[in-house]
Design a protein around this ligand. Structure first.
Ligand code: PMT
Length: 219
């Protein structure tokens, strides 16, 4: 991008999974690699934005000087880091796969195997994106929806419930979409419109998402 269309803007991006500790050696996590969020960060940085990238455990690295990368582990840590920066953010994009639940208690020692079954009680994690929607003042807020059924209905419900400007739907029913892939297939919903995209690399998907933000919201 020669235009530097996001010059002067601060873009906050969440990426990757969160890990919720069970004991010192075990956790609850998911398959997010961070690739979608890191691609968004690179593209926003290329367009001149100052990027705050807050990522759960991921092997990916960044090189662009406009990107400040903060690595966190749990949803609680992601929440705290997001709200260090949120009030000074122009555009926030939540591509992280945040664990909805976390163990009520973290065992200080490695849980030993015995003859019984094991039950772990889970409590709800904070919904980071929902809190961003509630505390929105001037920010443009973009969420993701990762669905396996009733995709469009669920995505639209999240757009409303979390007070978003746009939501990016990816469905695990589409081959090559979601996590574990270098590609994604998305639909973007605003309150009034739907934009449908073909399967492409996550780098290209990141461009489509930022183009959509620029044309739909920033104008
Ligand atoms: O990292 P990759 O391997 O490239 O995979 C990319 C991806 C599939 C993880 C990504 O494209 C994606 O869909 N991210 C959102 C995954 C998700 O958790 O979706 P959800 O429908 O459960 O959550 C809805 C939205 O709320 C998301 O923007 C999520 O970041 C946010 N959320 C959810 C729960 C929570 N406690 N806090 C949140 O902020």
């Amino acid at each position: 991008h020669l235009k530097k269309s996001l010059l002067g803007k601060t873009v906050l991006i969440t990426a990757g999974p969160t890990y919720e500790a069970i004991d010192p050696v075990r956790f609850i996590g998911n398959h997010s690699s961070g690739k979608m969020g890191f691609s968004l960060a690179e593209e926003a940085a290329k367009r001149g934005a100052k990027v705050i990238l807050i990522s759960g455990p991921s092997s990916l690295k960044t090189t662009h000087q406009n990107i400040d990368l903060y690595r966190i582990t749990s949803a609680k840590e992601m929440y705290n880091k997001v709200f260090e920066f949120y009030s000074h953010t122009d555009i926030a994009i939540a591509s992280a796969a945040v664990a909805d639940y976390t163990p009520k208690e973290v065992s200080p020692e490695k849980i030993k195997k015995n003859d019984e079954n094991l039950t772990i009680e889970l409590i709800k994690n904070p919904d980071i994106l929902k809190a961003m929607g509630e505390q929105k003042t001037h920010q443009t807020l973009v969420g993701f929806a990762l669905e396996t059924q009733n995709e469009e209905e669920n995505a639209k419900a999240k757009l409303e419930k979390k007070n978003l400007d746009l939501i990016v739907l990816n469905s695990l029913r589409d081959e090559g979409a979601g996590f574990k892939n270098d590609t994604n297939k998305i639909k973007i919903f605003s309150k009034k419109e739907v934009f449908d995209f073909v399967l492409k690399s996550k780098e290209e998907v990141a461009k489509d998402i930022l183009d959509c933000i620029e044309t739909q919201i920033l104008k």
